[in-house]
Design a protein around this ligand. Structure first.
Ligand code: N01
Length: 539
């Protein structure tokens, strides 16, 4: 634990968070000669990959793509050992980048930002930390992560429970020992789906408490294809161009999928549609996002893909009753994040694994020794919570952030988050967030690079005009939010309960948290705004 920090200093930029976004921002700012200070709550860099170190944690975008593009030497030299890197390798990569670009010297670790308050007179942000430190900065940048604020487990009787408790999103550095133990896992989103097969292999018995079954697809991980590696490294720039011109920032370089068909799923024959789905399925991972143009827009088109995946899932599970319980029916596929997995469905063929449906019979209570459901006490030595996050807004919401005239961000967002270009909000001058509410749904590392460069460009522009502050106008922000809502309303997202709409947080206003217009249009909106600065109040 570092010593208490009572230092006071002024910086051009304060960055909150040293995950992939914060690390890039530090690098970018320094390259432009700006004085930058980054605060990070964890003891190391890596953000998501620092905290989520549970067994099975792994990325579902190919690592050749889920990696920085800003240094050609870095991307050519780094050797990924798997198509989809596991958490330890991603964390090694983050540390390598921090070392190679000397980022640590500007990062204060184990230091949590408690408040960021705008001083109207000095036109500066005053940032205070839990170590007693206070710094000021012209720009305050939140790189606090999009899926980084885990929900605290909230179950009746939990305080009585005497067994071990773990959260996937705050996994201990010392690996828990499950051998010979009866373990329970609550939650079957992407985290649960990754940890369940791993714990099933070790524990004497595993009970999975499932509320909503998820659509899952095999990841088909493996070592990178050596020929593919040579090809990608020879033409990395070309791959990055393709990614930045794609909708979501990844093209699945190993699977080399055909571009998404521009047709409707309903205008082709049953045979053609099945062949298309089979082809994507065989490629693995998130390839099903590459099917017909209307699977996220039309109920009937979506139904064809939902039915396809349900049948695939059922075929992997021996017991038809368990297969039925595991099969999702209550929401259209892709309106919750598709979970790419390894051996998830097969895990329920094991004798030591039991699936408990807590939708029809919810968890009644925890007791000292386990969990009671439907009148039955299930005795457990350990419970793992994989119960999700307060997505996009949660990490910033947990900090006391105040803009002009003391307006808190919580007040600003009380009837629904708002944002301009997914990076800022009116009333909070020179405050910018990365990969936060209203940002394009995109490969987060590449989006961090784009947004970091954009921030740098705007800062330079302000300087050239002799200005200190920029702040989104109310009108430009309203228009951005309306656009986000309009796009979402053309899709099926509002038709299911999902965290994209804020539905997993009681009381959170329902509004799409991402821009789903595709990266090219997002980039164009950002570039226009940076060019003429018309959509900002400058002071
Ligand atoms: O969280 P989630 P996650 N009683 O919100 C259940 C990324 N990610 O950590 O759906 C019982 O998806 C809840 O049930 P329900 C990825 O973007 C990526 O798994 O609300 N159950 C749900 O099953 C992902 O989408 C990777 O009915 C309760 C689960 O907990 C995002 O992070 C890996 C409950 C939460 O699922 C979040 O995934 C991991 C209760 N009281 C994560 N409360 C990869 O790259 C909640 N649940 C592969």
């Amino acid at each position: 634990m570092a010593a208490t920090d009572k230092s006071q200093a002024h910086f051009d930029i304060v960055v909150v968070g040293a995950g992939f976004s914060g690390m890039y921002m530090v690098h970018r700012a320094r390259a432009s000669g700006l004085r930058v200070k980054c605060f990070e709550a964890g003891a190391g860099v890596g953000g998501t990959w620092y905290w989520n170190r549970y067994p099975g944690a792994r990325v579902d975008i190919e690592s050749l793509e889920y990696s920085y593009s800003f240094s050609d030497t870095l991307q050519k030299e780094w050797e990924w050992t798997e198509r989809y890197a596991a958490q330890p390798e991603l964390l090694r990569y983050a540390n390598h980048v921090a070392d190679r670009f000397d980022l640590r010297e500007d990062i204060a670790f184990e230091t949590k930002v408690q408040s960021a308050i705008f001083n109207d007179e000095a036109l500066r942000w005053v940032v205070r930390t839990d170590r007693g430190g206070e710094v000021t900065a012209q720009f305050c940048i939140f790189a606090t992560g999009l899926i980084s604020a885990p929900l605290d487990p909230d179950f009746p009787g939990l305080e009585q429970y005497r067994g071990e408790q773990y959260r996937t999103a705050r996994w201990p550095h010392e690996e828990p020992q499950f051998c010979g133990k009866r373990v329970g896992i609550i939650g079957t989103g992407s985290s649960g789906i990754q940890v369940i097969p791993k714990v099933a292999e070790i524990a004497s018995h595993l009970t999975v408490f499932q509320r909503t079954p998820a659509y899952t697809v095999p990841l088909r991980n493996g070592p990178p294809d050596p020929q593919k590696l040579v090809k990608v490294k020879a033409e990395y720039e070309g791959l990055r161009k393709l990614e930045f011109n794609s909708f979501a920032g990844f093209v699945m370089v190993h699977s080399n999928p055909e571009p998404p068909p521009t047709k409707s799923a309903l205008e082709v024959s049953e045979e053609e549609r099945q062949a298309e789905y089979e082809n994507r399925w065989a490629s693995g991972g998130l390839c099903l996002y590459y099917t017909y143009s209307d699977v996220l827009m039309s109920d009937a088109a979506n139904q064809t893909l939902s039915d396809f995946v349900r049948a695939k899932m059922k075929a992997r599970v021996k017991d038809p009753e368990i297969a039925e319980k595991l099969t999702p029916y209550e929401y259209p596929i892709l309106t919750k994040r598709l979970s790419a997995e390894t051996d998830y469905c097969e895990t329920f063929n094991r004798d030591n694994v039991r699936l408990v449906d807590v939708r029809s019979t919810p968890i009644e209570t925890f007791t000292e020794t386990g969990i009671r459901v439907d009148g039955e006490l299930i005795e457990l030595d350990a419970v793992i919570f994989a119960t999700g996050f307060d997505v996009m807004t949660g990490a910033m919401d947990r900090i006391d952030i105040r803009g002009r005239k003391g307006l808190t961000l919580k007040q600003r967002w009380s009837s629904g988050h708002t944002s301009y270009l997914g990076m800022m909000t009116h009333g909070f001058p020179n405050m910018i967030w990365m990969n936060g509410p209203g940002s394009q749904f995109f490969n987060p590392i590449l989006q961090a690079e784009f947004q970091g460069d954009w921030i740098d460009k705007v800062i330079k522009s302000l300087k050239e005009r002799g200005k200190t502050c920029f702040e989104a106008t109310e009108e430009s922000e309203d228009a951005w939010i309306r656009l986000n809502d309009d796009i979402a309303n053309m899709t099926l997202f509002p038709k299911s309960k999902n965290y994209y709409m804020g539905d997993n947080i009681p009381g959170k206003a329902r509004r799409i948290l991402f821009y789903f217009g595709g990266f090219p249009s997002y980039r164009s909106a950002c570039e226009t705004a940076a060019r003429d600065l018309d959509s900002f109040n400058l002071s």
